[in-house]
Design a protein around this ligand. Structure first.
Ligand code: ADP
Ligand code: TRP
Length: 328
C-alpha cells in the first residue's frame, strides 16, 4: 500500500499489565509502523475497558500505565499522537449512530461476545456493543490501516461492514480500513502452554523484574523427557519462546540439540531466562525513567485529546448532516 497521506491507528485497553503476548502479537507493530505513515494515532481505549472494569482508582491507574507502556516500548510523541479515547466524546456519539444501523443478530455473531457468553458471565451491554465503539474509534479519523492481534480480525471486518452500511444508507462518508495482522506471529504460549493471557495467570509481564522472569520461565510446563532424550522443538513451550527472544545462531543450536538429544529443559530455560532479561531490562529501565514525569505525560494526553477532539468534531458535523439531525 502506498503510505503517503495515510493514517494508521490502534488502541489498547487499560486493563492491567501487558505481557509479552500482547507485545509480540500487537504492540510491537505500532512501533514498527510509526513514522511509516503520514499519521500514526495510538490511543488508550478506556471506555472499552469500562465494559468490564468498574473501579475508578484502578481505571485511573491503568490509563496512566498504558501511556507509560506506549512510551516505554518506543512510541515517539514526535512521530505518533498518543491520546485517550474518553477525551473525545464524539467516539461514543458515533457509536450511538452505528447502533441504530446495526442489528442484534449481526452483533451476536461476534466471537468476543460468544466467548463471553460461553463463560456464562453477566455480560454488560457495553461488552455486547464493543464492536460498534471500536468501529467508531477507527472510522471517525478516516483511518487507512489498523495494526491488531489476530483475535481482533473480526472486529475490523465488523468495522468495514458498518462503514459500508452507513455509506449505503446515508451517502459516502467513511473510508474502509485495512487490518494489519502479523500472520506469521503464532499465538504466544503462556507458562502453562495455553495462549498467554491475563485471564489465565500464565504470563511473562512485558516489564517484569528479573526475579519474576526467572520464576515465570522456570514454571513453564514441559513433558518429562530426560536431557539425553530426543525432543521435538515444535512441541515445546520453552522453544516457542526461544523463537521470540533468542538469536538465529542460538536458535539453530538449541534446535539441533533438542533433535539430537543432549539438551535438558533446565538448560533450555536457563538460556531463555538470560535472553528474556536482556530484552526486558532496557524496556523496564526506560519505563522507570518515564514514570518520573507523570505531569508531562498527563499534559501530553490532554493536549493531544484536544487536538483529536477538534478533528473528530469536524467529522461528526458531516455525519450529523448526513443522518439529518443537524438543521440547516
Ligand atoms: P489478554 O488475553 O491478556 O487479556 P487482550 O485480549 O487484552 O489480552 O489482547 C490485547 C492484544 O494482544 C490483542 O490484539 C491480542 O491479539 C494480543 N494478544 C493477547 N494475547 C496474545 C498472545 N498470547 N499471543 C499473541 N497475541 C496476543
Ligand atoms: N479491541 C482492541 C483489543 O482488545 C482494542 C481497541 C479498541 C482497538 N478500539 C480499537 C484496536 C480501535 C484497534 C482500533 O485489543
Amino acid at each position: 500500500m502506498e503510505k503517503k497521506g495515510k493514517i494508521v491507528l490502534s488502541g489498547v485497553k487499560p486493563t492491567g499489565q501487558p505481557h509479552i503476548g500482547n507485545y509480540f502479537g500487537a504492540m510491537k507493530q505500532f512501533v514498527d509502523l510509526q513514522g511509516e505513515y503520514d499519521e500514526s494515532l495510538f490511543f488508550i481505549a478506556d471506555y472499552h475497558a469500562l465494559s468490564t472494569l468498574h473501579n475508578a482508582d484502578e481505571m485511573r491507574n491503568n490509563i496512566f500505565e498504558v501511556a507509560l507502556d506506549y512510551l516505554a516500548i518506543g512510541l515517539d510523541p514526535k512521530k505518533a499522537i498518543i491520546f485517550k479515547q474518553s477525551d473525545i466524546p464524539q467516539h461514543a456519539e458515533l457509536a450511538v449512530i452505528f447502533n441504530s444501523i446495526t442489528t442484534m443478530p449481526y452483533l451476536m455473531r461476534a466471537h468476543a461476545f460468544k466467548d463471553a457468553e460461553a463463560k456464562n458471565k453477566e455480560i454488560s451491554v457495553g461488552t455486547f456493543d464493543y464492536p460498534m465503539l471500536m468501529a467508531a474509534d477507527i472510522l471517525i479519523y478516516d483511518t487507512d490501516a489498523v495494526p491488531v492481534g489476530k483475535d481482533q480480525k473480526q472486529h475490523i471486518e465488523i468495522t468495514r461492514d458498518t462503514a459500508e452500511k452507513f455509506n449505503r444508507t446515508f451517502g459516502e462518508e467513511f473510508k474502509l480500513p485495512e487490518p494489519l495482522i502479523l500472520e506469521n506471529v503464532a499465538v504466544v504460549p503462556g507458562t502453562d502452554g495455553q495462549k498467554m493471557s491475563k485471564s489465565y495467570n500464565n504470563t511473562i509481564p512485558l516489564f517484569a523484574e528479573d526475579e519474576e522472569i526467572q520464576k515465570a520461565v522456570m514454571s513453564i510446563v514441559t513433558d518429562s523427557k530426560s536431557p539425553e532424550e530426543k525432543k521435538n522443538p515444535e512441541e515445546d513451550n520453552i522453544f516457542a519462546l526461544h523463537k521470540l527472544f533468542s538469536s538465529v545462531e542460538q536458535l539453530e543450536d538449541i534446535e539441533k540439540r533438542y533433535k539430537e538429544g543432549g539438551m535438558g529443559y533446565k538448560e533450555s530455560k536457563e538460556i531463555l531466562i538470560e535472553n528474556v532479561k536482556k530484552f526486558i531490562t532496557p524496556l523496564r529501565e526506560r519505563r522507570k525513567e518515564l514514570e518520573k514525569d507523570r505531569g508531562g505525560i498527563i499534559k501530553m494526553l490532554k493536549e493531544n485529546g484536544e487536538k483529536m477532539r477538534e478533528r473528530a468534531e469536524k467529522k461528526m458535523e458531516s455525519v450529523r448532516e448526513k443522518v439529518g439531525v443537524s438543521l440547516k
